[in-house]
Design a protein around this ligand. Structure first.
Ligand SMILES: C[S@@+](CC[C@H](N)C(=O)[O-])C[C@H]1O[C@@H](n2cnc3c(N)ncnc32)[C@H](O)[C@@H]1O
Length: 339
């Protein structure tokens, strides 16, 4: 019960699934359950009208019934808050839908497992929705940070195009002082918020809207968020995984790195290589045009991470991502913003 209560308070998907699977039925019955008498002596109550078997009712103590009631009310109000009707018609989900709705578990070396919910209740329709799912570069960059936590420990970090947010969450868990995980899609950001809460990192990780195309690439004061009064402060470390989806994104992402990065800071930008990944070859030149110092290499996962004993772990994580292919290579960019 406690687990259901916790899970449904975090996840709209679990609320819908819980209701659709008929989990609401026993809860509805419990909601109607009156407190039992203080003693089992005859109290004049007609137990034949109770919703549950009367002998079953006697087995509950008053405290337990009260605890059950408050848990059930929590679950019911979570479901309502996430717009899952309660009680709802019990239409079982088919197995494929059920699997797609589950948060995925990413177990990275040296850190506790991360639960990552993807946006599975809204259909992905185009390029703007690519943040609905996890991409392999996020795993590579997250692992890179997990294996070298000193890169972020005690520092302010900003993630660009965070999507489901694994990289930013790992920065938070690895000891960053603060992480601002950004994206331009409100739907993606809502899911990201959820992942921050599921992984209990809200004390360190916050989320904000940031559109690459609104950044000038010349600002010393910081970056712009829609609706904010002035520039938001730059961070000591910027991370970005698979954020370049078309040629024009290369320049816009480079301008974003410039505005988001504090002088003396460093950025790590990873993108998958491949014919269908447009714009990624242009990114390095765009950074140089802005006087950012950049070192770029195309590398295998093994070359970036030197995995050794962790090989199977990373393969398991990568296989859960969209667009992963065996022997994939990645652009790995290390960028510095010098005075
Ligand atoms: C391929 S996904 C990668 C998501 C995540 N970093 C990962 O690797 O799993 C690209 C991300 O960039 C975001 N994005 C695309 N265009 C953007 C823009 N103009 N400004 C900010 N974010 C953008 C998308 O919403 C999406 O989350």
């Amino acid at each position: 019960m406690h687990y259901i209560s916790l899970a449904t308070s975090f996840s709209p998907n679990l609320c819908v699934e819980f209701a659709a699977d008929g989990g609401h039925s026993p809860l509805s019955a419990l909601l109607k359950l009156p407190p039992p008498p203080a003693s089992s002596e005859d109290d004049g109550l007609d137990r034949t009208t109770l919703p549950l078997d009367p002998t079953y009712v006697y087995a509950f103590t008053a405290d337990l019934v009260e605890d059950l009631h408050s848990l059930v009310y929590e679950i019911a109000s979570s479901c309502t808050a996430h717009h899952a009707s309660f009680p709802a018609p019990a239409t079982p989900l088919d197995p494929a839908t059920r699997v797609a709705r589950q948060p995925r578990s990413f177990s990275l070396p040296l850190l506790p497992p991360f639960l990552i919910d993807q946006v599975s209740n809204v259909r992905q329709t185009g390029q703007d929705d690519v943040g609905f799912v996890m991409w392999p570069s996020a795993v590579v960059l997250a692992l890179f940070v997990a294996l070298k936590p000193a890169l972020v420990r005690g520092k302010s970090v900003l993630e660009l195009g965070a999507g489901c947010g694994l990289t930013g969450l790992v920065c938070g868990a690895a000891g960053a002082a603060s992480v601002v995980a950004t994206d331009f899609s409100p739907l993606v950001l809502a899911n990201l918020d959820l992942n921050v809460r599921i992984n209990e990192l809200a004390d360190r990780v916050s989320t904000e809207l940031l559109d690459f195309y609104q950044q000038s690439g010349t600002s010393a004061a910081g970056w712009l968020s829609p609706g904010s009064d002035g520039p938001r402060p730059p961070a000591q470390v910027v991370v970005a995984a698979d954020v370049i989806c078309k040629d024009s994104d290369a320049g816009a992402a480079a301008r974003s790195v410039f505005d988001c990065l504090a002088v003396g800071g460093e950025a790590f930008v990873v993108s998958g290589t491949g014919d269908h990944r447009f714009g990624v070859d242009l990114f390095s030149g765009c950074c140089k045009d802005l006087d950012l110092t950049i070192k770029s290499e195309v590398q295998t996962v093994q070359q970036i991470l030197g995995l050794g004993e962790h090989g199977d772990v990373i393969l398991g994580c990568l296989e859960q991502c969209a667009g992963f292919v065996d022997d994939m290579t990645f652009w790995f960019h290390h960028i510095e913003k010098r005075a």
